[in-house]
Ligand binder design. Sequence first.
Ligand code: ADP
Ligand code: ZN
Length: 432
Amino acid sequence: MFWEKDIETMDGDQLYRMQLERLRNTVESASRSSYYGKLFKEKDIHVENIKTLADLRNIPMTTKEDLRKEWPYGFLAASKDDIVRMHSSSGTTGRATVIFHTMKDIDCWTNQLARCMYMAGLRKSDVFQNMMTYALFTGGLGFHYGAEKLGAMVIPAGPGNSKRQIQLMRDFDTTAIHIIPSYALHLTTVFEEVGVDPIKDTRLRIAFIGAEPHSEKMRRRIEDFYGVKSFNSYGLSEMSGPGVAFECPEQNGLHIWEDAYLVEIIDPVTLEPLPDGQEGELVMTTLNREGMPILRYRTQDLTRIIPGTCPCGRTHRRIERIKGRTDDMMILKGVNIFPIQIEKKLMDIAGVGNNFQIILERKGFNDDMIVKVEVQREYFTGDLKELESLRRTIVNELKSDILITPRVELVEPESLPRTEGKAKRVLDNRED
Ligand code: ADP
Ligand code: ZN
């Protein structure tokens, strides 16, 4: 059941002591970087002043912007000779950030991923097809090393080339996949096209899905089509990459590994800490990184700590699936809307296909939301009246949740633009 039982089920006091010791080490090693060295001097921060975990609050938070400004080496805390790898973020919201790892960092991260996958049920006997990009992006290599450490056979398939993916699955009896959820939905149409039914014709049993927000409904769609149990995987390059938080077989929140990170949830406006249960921005501190320790990193991701304990026996707290980034929020006619709200509604409506796109436009003082929705083939070729009634249902369902009336356009399956990486859900054509 457990990869490292003593750590995964560690009691609160023990965990606290471990975190405090690691935090002190982190502050000490961070002070060797030019960024924190200067900051600590300015703010008179010394490791001797870190006596409890609450003392962390005296350290200013670090933002994505700070990392960007210090490009490339401002946060480097180890000798360059000891660095064995660099990675970078995807650059979804602007210029990418870069992270450096020592061999020990890579080992810790790899072990964390093995822990996650083992928790979800991956074993030595599994064949693991990794359909993530192998490059600067952390999703490919991170999982690759983790699955090898666990002892599974890894197929480093990388993304795209859908027909070959299906062929690999069949020829090598793939049992587990790692895939971006929007791509997993797209791949369903390729399965249909080549006449392969993943439930009957493959041995798939586990999917790891992550790297972008997705709703519970979308997960269920993936599980139903592929006949797998699918596990939400959360991570970000600044905190090493995937393996930061992961679902256990309870599928009720993601355990965030508190031996490796200190976790805070803050109000993104006032920056005040929020109690467990309340939604806010996730802020994290690395606890075992040598190459590039980061303190109180504002992830911009919105979630909450799920109060209470998990029946699986792990003591590390759980976060709720990520709602989105703070800057994913669309403000329309004074209403705050996240793309995931739209997705959640759409995935629940029979006839809705695998992809959608939100377009924002401004006419005079009026903001408009256009939602383009791919419909399933049989609807598209069917009765026009039925199509119109589907369109109306979508308008009404969306309106009931987001309170404004979007313009809904139904489009053919597979006609909306898609990427090999994270889906781009929103096109904002409004001028500032
Ligand atoms: P970038 O921030 O440029 O996209 P990364 O590749 O490091 O670069 O991606 C990390 C980000 O991806 C996270 O901060 C989060 O916004 C998003 N993300 C990763 N995993 C998930 C997940 N399981 N659910 C929702 N969002 C996720
Ligand atoms: Zn659990």
